[in-house]
Each structure stands twice: as structure tokens, then as C-alpha cells.
Design a protein around this ligand. Structure first.
Ligand code: HSE
Length: 437
């Protein structure tokens, strides 16, 4: 083994920080062999110790900025989360000439453009494999494995907490709030779990994936985001009856008009692999023009899976540092200002099949009135189910699956349907994706 060593400073010793610290220690020999240098944690910045980590012999600072200011540290690992202090910390490290590894998707999605520009100016790298899909090496797949492809689209289950909740609700009929508490206890959920269930976390990840896939600047504010909190159990059951699972997907797609960026609950056919990705697992389906569809699957959250991705970045940077070859690291351009602006497609013009459910009076003529409103908007019906009324009730559930239709036309048809005197309440609308390559 080389006598050389690269010094690492870890800021944050929570779920991911402690996992990273311990994986570096447990796998030290193989990590050194792969990096070509020994990779040593020499400084930890954390508000408190973590009983899972033996910090003896390591400098520990309660003020994380001391890690950024430590001249011995070559690579700073930012695992404190949040965006304000994390941004200050990362900027300070970059200005001090350090490379940065982070698992912080909010930081990259919201401030990545500025951070990459700053890193460029200082000749250092910001790496973020752990920011998307935990331990799944999707950044490496896009950046390296698929580098010869034009990426057409990608669709992923990229929030483990939401997927865990949907799976438990579907399989065990558990209560939403109860499953969320368990996800928090297991260390899957964000500090603010509304980020998980309202789709913000998935939107952060999607925008990074889209940047890598299409070589465009990060545009978090342009992502259409819809969470899982309004999903009703009966729609999960009806979808199943029609041969579909409901998953919370992040979708980025290039079409002639620009790029679609959207996060929302989606019906996908049971026969697709993605429909069978359950629990806290994540999976991303990527379609390249040369390779066709490819699928990346694994643990999307948790201490050691996320640490696995952090350590992969550390090995790359340690190796590049030791051999003085940082500019030779693979890149699709996102960190290096070779980006092209692409227009974001307005949701009104996004075209998908739809699942629609409405509560209708059980009397003659209702279905034909509904059908004619779809036909007025040029929307073709693929399947239609009417449920018999529950005993003593006069309302029936009508479920419609449409062929592909522009959201603008669906909005118009649904607006008219909701005004009919034979329809009660709002029409439930969920997009469908066939996910065929
Ligand atoms: N809260 C995130 C999730 C953690 O549940 O997927 C990993 O980013």
C-alpha cells in the first residue's frame, strides 16, 4: 500500500455521518487499495458525539467551520443537512481549496449551480452520489456507464419514505401517520417529513438527475411536484383491479418542445419491474438511445447504504488527489459550465393517459353525459368501470382510464364534469405511465 494518505473531515455525525465514519474504518484496507492511498478521517465536526463511532485519536470540533479551516483536511464531507449553514460550510471549504462530498440533495438542487461555479473557480470538485437514491450508484451510471448515450427519459422511485408508506398501506392496510412514524424511527425520513410525503425531496433528486441526464442547469423551481398525502385507499384498490400499482415517481423526459420535470403519484402496469419495487427501496429506469431501457435498484435511504455512496465519491477524489488528476474525473458537464438551457414543458402540455374517479348519481344518462364531455375535448376512453352502489347509497364510483391526453384537455373536461348536477365532489385524477421503452 502507498505510504501516502488523504485526510478527510466529516461534518455531521448523524445517520449518514456515523455510517460513513464506520464504513471507512471497517473497509479501510480495501478502500486504500482501490484509492491507491490510505483514506483517513482526521477531523470530525459535530454538535455531539455519536455512541456508534469510536472517535479516539481523531480531532473533534463542536464548531463545524473548524473542519473547513483545517489545513490538514483535503476533502470535507458535508452531512449536516439543511441548506443555509451547509452552503456556508461548503463554500468555505471550497475557498480553502478542499474538495467536497455531500449527501445533501436540497443543497445541490437549490444551490448547486453557484457551488459548482465556485468549485470550478477554485479547481476543486463537489461530488454528490449519495444525494440521489441513497446507495444506488445512479450518478456514476449516468456520468460514466451511459456517457455515450443521448438520454431520452428517466423515471424513478426516488423517495424511500414515500415508497415505504405506499407499500405498507397497500399490503398491510396500515395507517399513513403510523407508517411515517416508523420511517422516521428507522432514519429514512427527512428532518421535516413533509419533504418526503409532499414530494419536495423527490423533486430535489429529480432536478439533479435531469441535469446529469440532459446537461442542463439545475432548475428546482421548475419541477411540478405533487405528494402522496391525498391518495385514497380506494384508488389504490381500483388501480390494482385494473392491473396497475400506484407509485410516487419522479419523471424527466425530453420531447420536441423541451424537458418535462414532474413528481407525482402514477399508475404503472403491474408487469413493469418498477411496479414491484417496494419498501424503502428506490429504482430508476433510464432510457438511452443506444442502450435502450436500463434499471438501477437498491436501498434509497438509511445509514450504511447512503454511506456506501459517500465513500465511493471519497475513493474517486482521494485517488484523483493522490495522483494529481482531478480534472480527469468523469463529468457530463453539470459541474463544469458546459450546460445548455432547455425549456421546461408546461404541465398543461404534458400528455399521458389518466386514471379518473368520480362519484355519480345512479340514474340513466349519467355515463353518456360524462362520455360526451370527454369526447368534446378529443379524449378517448380506454376503460370504464362503474361500481354498484353500497347498500342504501345513491352514489356510485365511476372509474375511467383514458388514452393519452394533454393535461389542458383533461382539465377542461374535468371542469365540465364537476359542474354536472349528477356528479358530487371533485374528480380524482392520477396520471398513468406505461413506461415502455
Ligand atoms: N428521506 C429520504 C428518503 C432519504 O426517504 O428517500 C434519502 O434521501
Amino acid at each position: 500500500m502507498s505510504a501516502k494518505s488523504v485526510s478527510i473531515g466529516i461534518c455531521g455525525l448523524g445517520t449518514v455521518g456515523s455510517g460513513t465514519f464506520n464504513v471507512l474504518r471497517e473497509n479501510a484496507a480495501l478502500i486504500a487499495a482501490r484509492a491507491g492511498v490510505s483514506v483517513q478521517v482526521t477531523h470530525v465536526g459535530a454538535r455531539r458525539d455519536n455512541a456508534d463511532c469510536d472517535l479516539s485519536g481523531i480531532r473533534v470540533s463542536r464548531d463545524i467551520f473548524q473542519v473547513a479551516d483545517d489545513p490538514q483536511v483535503t476533502i470535507l464531507v458535508e452531512l449536516i443537512g439543511g441548506t443555509m449553514t451547509a452552503r456556508e460550510l461548503v463554500e468555505r471549504a471550497i475557498r480553502a481549496g478542499k474538495h467536497v462530498v455531500t449527501a445533501n440533495k436540497a443543497l445541490i438542487a437549490e444551490h448547486g449551480n453557484a457551488l459548482f461555479a465556485l468549485a470550478n473557480a477554485h479547481g476543486v470538485e463537489v461530488r454528490y452520489e449519495a444525494a440521489i437514491a441513497g446507495g444506488v450508484p445512479i450518478v456514476k451510471a449516468l456520468r460514466e456507464g451511459l456517457a455515450g448515450n443521448r438520454i431520452e427519459w428517466l423515471a424513478g422511485i426516488i423517495n424511500g419514505t414515500a415508497n415505504f408508506i405506499l407499500t405498507e398501506m397497500r399490503d398491510k392496510g396500515r395507517d399513513f401517520a403510523d407508517v411515517l412514524v416508523e420511517a422516521q424511527a428507522l432514519g429514512y425520513a427527512e428532518a421535516d417529513p413533509s419533504f418526503d410525503v409532499e414530494g419536495t425531496d423527490a423533486a430535489h433528486k429529480l432536478v439533479i438527475l435531469a441535469s446529469l441526464a440532459f446537461g442542463m442547469p439545475l432548475q428546482f423551481e421548475s419541477v411540478y411536484t405533487e405528494g402522496i398525502t391525498r391518495l385514497e385507499p380506494q384508488d389504490v384498490a381500483y388501480a390494482r383491479e385494473l392491473g396497475y400499482s400506484i407509485k410516487h415517481l419522479g419523471i424527466a423526459k425530453q420531447n420536441g418542445a423541451g424537458v418535462e420535470l414532474r413528481v407525482h403519484p402514477t399508475l404503472i402496469p403491474h408487469r413493469r419491474l418498477l411496479a414491484n419495487v417496494d419498501g424503502v427501496k428506490n429504482a430508476i429506469l433510464v432510457e438511452g438511445d443506444a442502450v435502450g431501457p436500463t434499471l438501477y435498484y437498491g436501498a434509497g435511504a438509511g445509514s450504511r447504504p447512503t454511506a456506501s455512496a459517500v465513500v465511493a465519491d471519497l475513493i474517486d477524489l482521494a485517488r484523483a488527489t493522490a495522483f494529481n488528476d482531478v480534472r480527469g474525473l468523469p463529468s457530463l458537464g453539470i459541474e463544469r459550465s458546459e450546460l445548455r438551457d432547455l425549456p421546461i414543458v408546461d404541465m398543461e402540455n404534458v400528455d399521458t393517459p389518466w386514471y379518473l374517479r368520480m362519484e355519480a348519481e345512479d340514474r340513466p344518462g349519467v355515463l353518456s353525459r360524462v362520455a360526451s364531455l370527454f369526447s368534446d375535448q378529443g379524449i378517448s376512453i380506454e376503460a370504464l368501470i362503474q361500481k354498484a352502489p353500497v347498500y342504501g347509497e345513491t352514489l356510485v364510483s365511476v372509474i375511467v382510464l383514458t388514452n393519452r391526453a394533454r393535461q389542458g384537455n383533461v382539465d377542461a373536461a374535468v371542469g365540465e364534469i364537476e359542474r354536472l348536477d349528477c356528479i358530487t365532489g371533485k374528480v380524482v385524477r392520477i396520471r398513468v405511465e406505461e413506461l415502455d421503452g
